[in-house]
Design a protein around this ligand. Structure first.
Ligand code: CS2
Length: 496
């Protein structure tokens, strides 16, 4: 195939097998502002919105806002927001062009454009995928962390905010001033009770600057929770090449993902919403059982396999699953997580577990283990530590969770078994490296990391059984190397 030259700028440009949306984008105004227009949003919420627009129409196109990156705006705006969604399944590849995003604002250079988009009366829903660490909410206190860089900056100048919470608070104030009804705020990050959490952060932030506004928000703004799921690796050259084949155009904003997709949402929208159910979204009264299932079974196993897999030279999740010993430990972890859950109505958890193993093993998806290792301190509490604490309470088997935590601790040393180094990429990187500096024994390292402020609940960190299991697993990892430690752990599982 000759390489295409023309950039994707209009649906009429498409000359390949990619399918097109069933609507004319120009006929629909924007009704959603999305904060965090990365690959995940383009593989998930934007696709549900595309389906809703195709099936039901409505003024529901999306204005994307990138809080940090300018690259996404630079890739998408010259394409009028169009991009290719590539689905890679075990039995083939398919592509479609998505037209639900109108444009992307790069907050770092576009002045007050984010506030203007949020304050626009036509904006009726604000969705977010900004990653766990971007909120700056102390999850134990259910309040903002005034030391978080974005929170500190926005508390100092609340009228010119740059962070997610500051933008929401100020734009809601502008809307009140202009007599526009509030929008609904829908958090789509992998956090437990994400709507409730964001609500608490927004109200606490507002309280610190304008208590009357805080009380108005608490009375008038709805923050439903939602659970999102779709495995989406970072796009690569191969993604762009495949998009060129599918569209006959150059597409610098293409994303690739698995065929599976899930979105469970609490149906509390005060200013209307797109017909996301047309794209398969599931509306429920209480999202908690679904999010717990996903955070503990999928994301928990993901974190465990990322630390063990990365440190045993498995670049991708599919390579982990092709390693018999490690895939056995992944399945053990998923099962241990499942044991902490109450039944989820209309849902077969055993089937979910089998599906997860298949999804992780998808040979067509190159999902890097290193990508998942990022931000461990933000992910561990809800993914691994919460189910570990419940297992402790129920006197269940703590070993799978201790093994996962030991692997994270081994990763915190920032060096492979061959002594080559890598970046931790964790917001608490400095604390972590300072805590483990100069330590060499498993007991000392585990002791230091258990002592990181606010990370481990004392119920767990002061439990001797737990501490011994973590230290033993870490000891084997340090003494024998990660791959051999995996082998020994798998041998233990097979023997019991
Ligand atoms: C992953 C998630 O990077 C990670 O931490 O566990 O991004 C995961 O791929 C998604 O939640 C799947 O829906």
């Amino acid at each position: 195939m000759t390489e295409p030259q023309k950039r994707l700028t209009a649906l009429a440009d498409i000359s390949g097998p990619a399918t097109r949306p069933g609507y004319d984008p120009a006929g629909h105004d924007c009704g959603i502002v999305h904060l965090g227009t990365g690959a995940f949003h383009r593989a998930h919420q934007a696709v549900y919105t595309d389906e809703a627009l195709s099936e039901e129409g409505g003024d529901w196109r999306i204005v994307g806002v990138s809080l940090r990156s300018q690259a996404i705006a630079d890739a998408m705006n010259p394409q009028n927001g169009l991009y290719t969604l590539i689905e890679r399944g075990a039995d083939g590849v398919s592509g479609r062009v998505v037209a639900s995003i109108d444009r992307v604002i790069a907050a770092a250079r576009d002045g007050d454009a984010p506030l203007a988009a949020l304050a626009r009366p036509q904006t009726r829903v604000v969705t977010l995928t900004v990653t766990e660490k971007a909120y700056g909410i102390d999850r134990k206190a259910m309040a903002v962390d005034p030391a978080h860089p974005a929170i500190a900056a926005d508390l100092a100048s609340p009228r010119t905010p740059a962070g997610a919470i500051g933008l929401i608070v100020e734009s809601l104030r502008l809307r009140r001033e202009n007599n526009s009804a509030p929008y609904t705020v829908l958090c789509c990050d992998n956090l437990p009770e994400n709507g409730e959490l964001l609500r608490a952060g927004v109200i606490d932030f507002a309280n610190r600057t304008d208590p009357e506004h805080a009380s108005w928000i608490s009375r008038n703004v709805s923050f439903p929770s939602s659970m999102v799921d779709r495995i989406t690796p970072a796009p690569t050259e191969a993604t762009l090449k495949e998009a060129a084949r599918l569209t006959g155009c150059v597409d610098l904003a293409a994303v690739e993902t698995e065929p599976f997709s899930q979105w469970v949402i609490e149906d509390r929208f005060t200013a209307g919403r797109p017909a996301w159910e047309k794209g398969g979204a599931h509306f429920v009264d209480d999202v908690r059982p679904y999010e717990m299932m996903k955070l503990r079974m999928l994301n928990g196993a993901h974190s465990m396999l990322a630390y063990t897999g990365f440190l045993s030279a498995h670049a991708c999740v599919r390579d982990v699953m092709a390693d018999d010993d490690l895939s056995l430990l992944v399945d053990r972890h998923i099962h241990a997580a499942q044991c902490t859950l109450s039944p989820v109505s209309d849902f077969d958890l055993d089937q979910y577990r089998r599906d997860l193993v298949m999804r992780f093993g998808n040979p067509a998806i190159a999902h890097e283990t290193y990508q998942i290792t990022m931000d461990g301190t933000e992910k561990l509490p809800q993914r691994i530590l919460a189910p570990a604490m419940e297992t402790l309470k129920a006197q269940g088997d703590l070993r799978p969770f201790a093994f996962a935590v030991a692997a994270w601790m081994r990763f915190c040393l920032a060096r492979n078994d061959d002594d080559s180094g890598y970046a931790l990429r964790d917001p608490r990187e400095t604390d972590i490296l300072a805590a483990v500096a100069g330590l060499s024994t498993a007991e000392d390292i585990a002791g230091a990391l258990h002592g990181l402020s606010g990370l481990f609940d004392p119920v767990l960190s002061e439990n001797q059984t737990w501490r011994a299991l973590v230290a033993d697993a870490l000891q084997t990892m340090l003494e024998c190397g990660m791959r051999a430690a995996i082998g020994k752990e798998a041998e233990f599982v097979r023997a019991t």
